[in-house]
Design a protein around this ligand. Structure first.
Ligand SMILES: *[C@@H]1O[C@H](CO)[C@@H](O)[C@H](O)[C@H]1NC(C)=O
Ligand SMILES: *[C@@H]1O[C@H](CO)[C@@H](O)[C@H](O)[C@H]1NC(C)=O
Ligand SMILES: *[C@@H]1O[C@H](CO)[C@@H](O)[C@H](O)[C@H]1NC(C)=O
Ligand SMILES: *[C@@H]1O[C@H](CO)[C@@H](O)[C@H](O)[C@H]1NC(C)=O
Length: 134
C-alpha cells in the first residue's frame, strides 16, 4: 500500500504539473495523468476531473476523482467490497492520521484552502473530523 509513497519521496515538491500536490491523497502528478505515464490505468472522466480539480484548487473534488480514477467504483461504491468511496477515503484518513500524523496535518492545511466552488467540501469537512494523535 505504501510503495507509492516511497517512490514519491524521491520527487521534489513543486507547484507544477510534474510533481505531486500532496503525498497522501493527491499522489498522482497531473502531467503524468494527462500523459498516461502514471504507472496504472486511469479512466475518464475521472482522469480529466482529477487534473482540472487540482488546477482549480478544488481539493475535495480532486480527492474524489483520485479515488475513482482506477475505475474500481461504480456510482460512488467500490464494486469489490461494497464500501462507498467516501467511507474508503475516511478509512484511509484514519490510517494516515495515526501513522503519518505530520503529513496528515500538513495536508489538512492545504485542503482547508479549497476553492469555494469545490463540490465535495463534505470530504474536506470529514477529513477535519478525523481524530489526530496528540
Ligand atoms: C507529457 O508529455 C509532454 C509532451 O509530450 C512532455 O513535454 C512532458 O514531459 C510529459 N510529461 C510526463 C510527466 O511524462
Ligand atoms: C451494500 O451496502 C449497502 C449499504 O450498507 C447494503 O444496503 C447492500 O445490501 C449491500 N450490497 C451488497 C451486495 O452487499
Ligand atoms: C481546518 O478548518 C477546520 C474547520 O474550519 C478547523 O477546525 C481546523 O482546525 C483547520 N485545520 C487546519 C489544519 O488548518
Ligand atoms: C471554479 O471557480 C474558478 C474560479 O472562479 C473557475 O475558473 C472554475 O471554472 C470553476 N470551476 C467549476 C467546476 O465551477
Amino acid at each position: 500500500m505504501h510503495l507509492k509513497f516511497l517512490a514519491i519521496l524521491l520527487l521534489p515538491m513543486e507547484v507544477s504539473g510534474t510533481a505531486v500536490i500532496e503525498q497522501l491523497f493527491l499522489d498522482l502528478p497531473i502531467a503524468a495523468v494527462h500523459n498516461r505515464t502514471v504507472g496504472m490505468d486511469v479512466i475518464e472522466p475521472w482522469a480529466s476531473l482529477y487534473c482540472s480539480a487540482i488546477s482549480e484548487a478544488r481539493y475535495g473534488d480532486a480527492i474524489y476523482a483520485r479515488y475513482n480514477i482506477d475505475g474500481q467504483a461504480n456510482n460512488g461504491v467500490y464494486v469489490y467490497n461494497n464500501i462507498t468511496v467516501y467511507d474508503q477515503i475516511m478509512l484511509d484518513a484514519r490510517d494516515y492520521a495515526n501513522n503519518q500524523p505530520e503529513l496528515y496535518a500538513t495536508a489538512l492545511v492545504l485542503y482547508n484552502s479549497t476553492a469555494s466552488n469545490d463540490s465535495r467540501q463534505d470530504i474536506i469537512n470529514g477529513l477535519n473530523e478525523i481524530p489526530m494523535q496528540a
